[in-house]
Design a binder for this molecule. Structure first.
Ligand code: PGA
Length: 245
């Protein structure tokens, strides 16, 4: 795992955007795995800015989002699809058929997970997976626990994750769905390259465990140590516990 440290969260996000711009220039039809959450908002903003300035053409990208709430449709303001349209896709005008999502309203969620795995494979796999990290060490919606499902699957969200997402559901954690669909850790590890953006002091403990701790399903992000090409972009706050792990 390579760690790159930045003074501020903004510097880290802007650097991530520059990385992605450089990769897209090399391969315009890049297959990009994408996260949601508060952390990457600045990253998307900067990517959009660069695209609008003509620095890069994002119109041929293929994207796969990591996860989606179960029972929430694309037009629901809490859905990750809504987030992506708002922060990224609508801004760059990416054709709808190039942006892949798990369907939170699928009548057969298990079948939907299998479809997603097949779709990723049909595009030749994910070139670059962008990740955040949960304060509890989750990646995607792979929550800490005694075991993990490897491929895309249905997950039960932990209370802390529902609390962390409450703002998307009128500030009420009870209204956050109990379940979600998520790429599995095996799906994530299948990406050729992984770039993680982690900022803020509430991520410091999880980051330290991910980087220095033992491999354990209790900290799903620690399994990223198994991947040969992971870069973690950190601000000073998120890096603040690395010497204490
Ligand atoms: P956050 O979410 O960016 O909103 O903190 C990150 C995550 O849970 O992966």
């Amino acid at each position: 795992m390579r760690l790159t440290l930045f003074a501020t969260a903004r510097d880290a996000a802007d650097s991530l955007a520059r990385h992605v711009v450089a990769f897209v220039r090399e391969k315009p039809d890049l297959v990009l795995g994408l996260p949601t959450g508060r952390t990457p908002i600045r990253f998307y903003r900067e990517l959009v800015r660069q695209a609008r300035a003509g620095a890069v053409d994002l119109g041929r990208l293929v994207t796969f989002n990591l996860d989606e709430f179960l029972g929430v449709g694309p037009r629901h303001r809490g859905s990750y699809r809504f987030y992506m349209e708002r922060h990224f896709f609508r801004q760059i005008g990416l054709p709808g058929d190039r942006a892949n999502f798990l369907d939170g309203m699928a009548s057969d969620p298990r079948g939907e997970c299998e479809r997603y795995e097949r779709a990723i494979a049909a595009f030749g796999g994910i070139d670059i997976q962008i990740l955040g990290i949960g304060g509890n060490g989750h990646i995607g919606f792979n929550e800490p626990g005694s075991w993990l499902e490897v491929r895309t699957h249905i997950v039960e969200l932990r209370p802390e994750t529902r609390r962390a997402n409450a703002l998307l559901f009128d500030g009420d954690p009870v209204r956050v769905p109990r379940e979600a669909l998520s790429m599995g850790v095996g799906t994530i590890l299948g990406a050729r390259r992984i770039l993680m953006l982690a900022t803020g002091k509430e991520k410091a403990r999880a980051v330290a465990k991910m980087v220095r701790g033992p491999l354990t399903t209790d900290v799903p992000a620690s399994l990223l140590q198994l991947h040969a090409d992971v870069e973690v972009l950190l601000d000073a706050a998120a890096a603040s516990r690395l010497d204490r792990a």
